[in-house]
Ligand binder design. Structure first.
Ligand code: NDP
Length: 794
């Protein structure tokens, strides 16, 4: 046989990574794991057990105990007991511990990679070259932030005890992704790995002891969904960080509503991979491999919707099919395979079922091999001839299945890419920088890759919008998810604890000289009468009527949101222009100084100096956010690749603002100004007590070039109006200062469209306090960061 012929016929032989060390470790632990609590490995008597299997051959690797409610409580208590001293130890002490963890993972990188592959079914090449190195990077990177915490994150403190619930697709990387920032900032954590992939977390627990993590700072508990549910709802948990399915994310939002917990949800996706006709098609093919066949497609940000410009559609699909023929499947420990096993029988059945039932709605399936249930192998698959409403185009499959559609023009590409309820990530493929940099910001997603896909780094925030959840992990923005500002609570000064009308019914009819003043709503730039035709009196402190204000209802809220929607052009105005509008507003308000001071005195019952201070602080606050408008401007991250990652703060959209009662002028501006400075539109509901004050601002707003619909104000029953706002599908975020019942209902109702909520007790801050009443906390809440990855070089 000629040499060239025999080369063609050469078969790959197996290049197996040894599992000896990993098996020895499992044996040394009796192939049984309990819980890691307070620095000890604990086993319960008669505990339920879950078998941990290797999905590639169904062999049993170990068993884990299921933590019951008492055990969950023990773990939370251990975390709680350790947290204060861990925080007090200081940033440098924490940096040393994180650094030690990173070094130890490096030393044990091989056994961790093998364990991960045995447990999850992913190719060893990926756990060895991607998951574990990235996990190490997370600990190094966050060791740095711990060191810098006191200087760079002053005015912030840790949230306390954090519950972290992670999925099975990147067990070790997700663990690092969650634990590193949390403990770096001085929190203690209780982490629950997925029941099917707990092994590397147990290995990590042992490293914690070696690295000198104080007892109780890191606790790891095993179990199924119920354990996660008990943990996230535990009253002593101050924050929940969850990654997993949208359904469970919603369940966690429901169970934690009203508990004053911070929450980040990193949920599913159906990410678009958009290819223009000027893209380098050979790079695109490799990009597709990375986007949808990396980790068997079990990736929340997998590029699972390929959108190709029609003129290159046929050519590209042919190239992809050819490449699919060369993808190798085999035992996950084989160093030369591309695709491993799905994580479990359950996931294999889920993917098979979704594809089979989806194809009933049309579409053509292409696979080079048949699925093999004995190894949980589902082959790389593409589905063509589907339209955007097809179930396989809309549903997350979480397997190696790519749907392919085409588009003709750039606007159509953007529209198709955004036609999903998810918003985690997307990628744009074009050799034309102008086009790529135009399309990337137009894609509604937390992460956008240009000419690449599935790139991650600890320095670059990751997280979604819409039903992909909220909050960011990684980068500086990720740190704030584990911090809270040190706050000065509001204490009413003598005489300013509410006007007399609220408790004295017989003063309702008292009159002042201004009784005939009726202050209307402010909607779409116009003063508008209430839909229901009812007005209610707003009282002065002495019980006399200051003015009548409208009593809003659901229809008024709908009108206000519609007006806000129509004002979407505000987001694309330049930051300079938004700043100018705010300065002009402050200028016009200053002219009315005496009148506002008089109103504050009359309405709130404060003395003139206090009212003057509130007015002056209000003007200063408008100036602050005018100043910030063109300075809160993102970053360029230096991630370890040839390229630059742009972190761009984007406005959230329509924000519902539900105000506290106290300091009504300053509070109104403290909420409205940062939101609109960042390009959002707002619907404002004042506190019950001094509803007239914010409406007095309307005539100033009208003359200050604020476009109609950017600020909308509806008065009436705060509880009723804010629940209508929370239930509105087009409101993307709600900031609420209310009692605990109102906060609970806002958080519960907001589950429907996974709105971001930021709920507080009424008096949780003094609006004069510069640390908690003003500043970047508000700007961060008014934006989400989009990370745009832009590689360069040939
Ligand atoms: P889940 O969302 O059910 O699981 C994620 C984590 O949450 C696991 O640790 C799980 O525990 C835990 N959990 C389950 N129920 C609850 C609950 N009620 N309260 C608190 N924690 C809970 O994902 P699945 O593993 O069931 O996968 C189902 C689908 O979810 C996949 O097919 C995929 O579409 C999607 N998914 C998305 C991920 C992402 O990164 N966005 C990751 C994983 C899955 P346990 O494993 O013990 O049940």
């Amino acid at each position: 046989m000629k040499l060239s012929k025999s080369i063609e016929k050469l078969e790959y032989s197996q290049a197996l990574e040894s599992d000896k060390e990993a098996m020895e470790w499992l044996e040394a632990n009796g192939r049984k794991f309990g819980q890691f609590i307070g620095g000890e490995f604990l086993f319960q008597k008669n505990a339920d057990q879950i078998k941990v299997t290797n999905p590639a051959d169904s062999s049993i690797l170990a068993a884990i105990e299921v933590a019951d409610n008492k055990t969950v409580d023990l773990a939370v208590t251990a975390a709680s007991n350790s947290q204060k001293s861990w925080h007090k130890a200081g940033g440098h002490a924490r940096a040393r511990v994180l650094y030690a963890i990173a070094r130890l993972i490096q030393k044990h990188a091989r056994v961790i990679s093998v364990l991960e592959t045995l447990d999850n079914g992913k190719p060893i090449r990926e756990s060895r070259d991607s998951d574990v190195p990235l996990a190490i990077r997370h600990f190094y990177y966050h060791a740095g932030w711990a060191q810098l915490q006191e200087s760079e994150l002053a005015g912030q403190e840790p949230v306390g005890v954090v519950a972290q619930i992670i999925p099975w697709n990147f067990p070790f990387l997700m663990l690092a992704w969650k634990i590193a920032p949390a403990i770096a900032m001085g929190n203690s954590i209780v982490l629950k790995p997925a029941e099917s992939t707990p092994l590397t977390a147990m290995f990590f627990a042992q490293l914690c002891t070696e690295a000198g993590v104080p007892k109780g700072v890191v606790n790891i508990i095993n179990g199924a969904g119920n354990t996660g549910a008990t943990l996230s709802a535990h009253p002593n948990v101050n924050k929940v960080a969850f990654t997993g399915s949208t359904a469970v994310g919603r369940a966690i939002r429901t169970s934690t509503a009203g508990q004053s917990k911070k929450l980040t949800l990193e949920l599913g996706g159906k990410s678009a991979f958009v290819v223009f006709d000027d893209a380098d098609l050979d790079s695109v093919v490799e990009g597709v491999v990375d986007a949808i066949w990396y980790n068997q497609g079990e990736v929340c940000c997998a590029g699972s919707r390929l959108l190709i410009q029609a003129s290159v559609g046929k050519k590209l699909v042919a190239k992809i099919k050819k490449r699919m023929e060369t993808l190798r499947f085999g035992t996950p420990l084989d160093k030369s395979i591309d695709v491993g096993s799905l994580v479990s029988d359950k996931q294999f059945e889920q993917v098979s079922h979704l594809v089979k039932s989806g194809l009933k709605s049309g579409g053509n399936l292409f696979q080079c091999e048949k699925p093999d249930s004995s190894k949980n192998y589902y082959p790389p698959s593409i589905i063509t001839d589907v339209d955007s409403s097809h179930p396989l185009v809309q549903e997350e499959i979480f397997g190696p299945v790519l749907v392919i559609m085409s588009f003709r023009t750039q606007p159509e590409a953007i529209q198709l890419a955004n036609n999903t309820r998810y918003g985690l990530s997307a990628s744009v493929w074009s050799e034309n920088i102008n086009r790529a940099m135009h399309v990337a910001p137009a894609l509604i997603a937390g992460v956008v890759w240009i000419n690449c896909h599935n790139k991650f780094d600890a320095a670059c925030g990751f997280g979604g919008v819409k039903e992909s959840g909220f909050g960011r992990e990684g980068g500086k923005e990720g740190l704030y998810e584990y911090l809270k500002p040190i706050k000065l609570k509001y204490k009413a000064t003598k005489g300013a604890s509410g006007n007399k009308a609220s408790s004295t019914s017989n003063v309702q009819n008292s009159t002042s000289s201004e009784i005939d003043r009726t202050l209307k709503f402010y909607i779409g730039g116009k003063q508008v009468r209430p839909d229901g035709g009812n007005s209610i009196p707003a009282h002065n402190f002495d019980g006399s009527i200051s003015a009548w204000v409208g009593q809003g209802n659901r229809k008024d809220i709908r009108n206000a949101v519609e007006a806000a929607r129509k004002a979407h052009g505000w987001a694309s105005k330049t930051a300079h222009l938004r700043a100018q509008v705010l300065y002009f507003f402050a200028e016009n308000l200053t002219v009315r100084k005496d009148e506002f001071i008089k109103r504050l005195v009359e309405t709130c019952g404060v003395k003139k100096p206090e009212a003057t201070a509130e007015f002056n602080a209000t003007i200063s606050r408008i100036f602050s956010y005018a100043a910030w408008a063109d300075k809160f401007d993102g970053a360029a991250h230096d991630a370890p690749y040839r390229g630059i990652t742009l972190a761009l703060p984007e406005p959230i959209g329509i924000i519902g603002l539900v105000a506290p009662d106290h300091q009504p002028l300053l509070a109104a501006i403290s909420l409205i100004a940062p939101a609109i400075a960042m390009g959002n539109r707002v619907v404002y509901i004042p506190g019950d007590q001094y509803q007239n004050i914010v409406l007095e601002l309307v005539s100033v707003m009208e003359t200050s070039d604020i476009p109609g619909g950017v600020i909308n104000i509806v008065t009436g029953d705060k509880n009723e109006l804010s629940t209508h706002l929370a239930g509105h599908g087009e409101v993307e975020s709600i900031w609420c200062w209310g009692d605990s019942a109102l906060n609970k209902s806002i958080e519960s109702i907001s589950i429907e469209n996974l709105k971001r909520t930021w709920c507080h007790e009424n008096n949780d801050r003094d609006w004069h306090d510069m640390n908690s009443g003003e500043g970047t906390e508000f700007l961060r809440k008014a934006t989400h960061v989009k990370n745009i990855w832009t590689p360069y070089g040939d």
